[in-house]
Ligand binder design. Structure first.
Ligand SMILES: *Cc1c(COP(=O)(O)O)cnc(C)c1O
Length: 385
């Protein structure tokens, strides 16, 4: 089976991990801050805090923005469940904004409409979470303008888009958001095994997330409230977690980061090649806005149902039977049983629901060969023509 995504591990990656195993620190040690500084520098943000998963990173972002019971977080249904779940960890409520039918990212006109409705109803969100679907940046300046007008905070779920850029500026610079979140799960652009990171330009938010990553504890004399009565002294200021990244993970991440541009370039080349080979097929191909460079975490196509006699499921099964590890990104989050139990249901977000009935993720990762890609295209040809 050709998988839809896979990691790319080199000998230098392995050597970097082994070097940490032979060192004094296995958990958070000197390599974690080096990895943080390298990602912050690459993305043009002032601060970075590494954690043990993208999900933990989303949770810390919610906490740092003071999301609490009674508050609302809005995200899109076309995402992984974690983008919404993070609000529930804080006891806050979730609502969704439908997607744009070209980019499959959050629809800014729909966001504006929904904000107007929410303002009338007195139920504006505290936080909005745009998701960079498949690696394409969101229309972030426009969302930022709306945040100023309606008074909400933003964190970007950029788990798909490390290495992407918009108007030649890197994703993660937090120019048009409060915080940006990355994941280093093995299918993402670079990996640490499990891992994630939050970036921000706000010193206070950075300090808060750093503290919350380790139980809400600080040893920083500038922040301690009482007189230390000994060298053992630390203070727990609020309820945090153990969300620390290990030096083992950071060493892998730092080594992988050196190949980020190479990975993104390879993904873009393969995506372009797919789009050339598939142009005459009854498929809607990925659309990337001219001002964006996608990281192409995923190559997603949509079946043009009026031109294909088979169902979504049949196409899926026939491709899997031919050894093509296609996937679906995403079943709409609001249709998950957990969110249905909170009152959501079919018909709430039509564009995301149609996407979920037509989308197919084709294999894409830097080591995918052109021969394998041809195999994928041949299989699709057999199935849809
Ligand atoms: C992968 C992913 C996450 C969660 O990241 P983990 O590192 O797996 O916890 C969150 N949001 C999106 C959009 C993702 O793709």
């Amino acid at each position: 089976m050709i998988p839809y995504g896979r990691q790319e591990i080199s000998q230098p990656d392995i050597d970097a991990v082994v070097a940490v195993l032979r060192s004094d620190f296995l958990t958070q040690g000197p390599v974690v801050p080096r990895f943080e500084e390298a990602v912050a520098a690459r993305c043009g943000a002032r601060f970075a805090v590494a954690v043990n998963s993208g999900t933990s990173a989303l949770h810390l972002a919610c906490m740092a923005l003071d999301l609490e019971p009674g508050d609302l977080l809005w995200t899109v249904p076309n995402t992984f469940v974690a983008s919404a779940n993070c609000a529930r960890y804080c006891g806050a409520d979730v609502d969704f904004v439908d997607i744009d039918s070209d980019t499959w990212n959050i629809s800014v006109p729909r966001l504006k409409e929904k904000l107007d409705e929410a303002q009338t109803a007195g139920k504006l969100p505290k936080v909005v979470v745009p998701v960079h679907f498949a690696g394409q940046p969101t229309d972030q300046e426009d969302i930022w303008d709306l945040s100023q007008e309606y008074g909400f905070k933003i964190f970007e779920d950029a788990c798909h888009s490390l290495g992407a850029s918009r108007n030649s500026e890197p994703v993660g610079n937090c120019k048009w958001s409060d915080i940006t979140v990355f994941s280093f799960h093995p299918v993402k652009i670079i990996t640490t095994g499990e891992g994630g990171m939050v970036l921000t330009n706000d010193e206070q938010l950075a300090w808060r997330m750093e503290t919350l990553r380790t139980h809400g504890i600080t040893r920083d004399p500038a922040h301690t409230l009482k007189d230390p009565d000994g060298p053992w002294y630390y203070e727990q200021l609020e309820l945090g977690y153990n969300y620390r990244m290990t030096d083992i993970q950071a060493a892998l991440g730092l080594s992988q980061l050196a190949r980020l541009d190479e990975f993104v370039e390879k993904r873009n080349q393969l995506a372009r090649r797919y789009s050339e080979l598939l142009v005459d097929f009854p498929l809607q191909l990925p659309f990337v806005r001219p001002e964006n460079r996608s990281a192409f975490h995923l190559y997603v196509v949509r079946l043009q149902k009026d031109k294909i006699r088979k169902t979504h499921r049949e196409v899926f099964e026939e491709l899997r039977d031919q050894g093509i590890g296609v996937n679906l990104h995403y079943m709409p989050v609001h249709l998950q049983p957990y969110y249905r139990n909170l009152g959501f249901g079919p018909g709430n977000f039509p564009a995301a629901e149609i996407h979920g009935k037509e989308a197919i993720t084709l294999p894409l990762y830097p080591s995918l060969t052109e021969k394998e890609q041809d195999q994928v295209v041949k299989a699709i040809k057999r199935v849809v023509s």
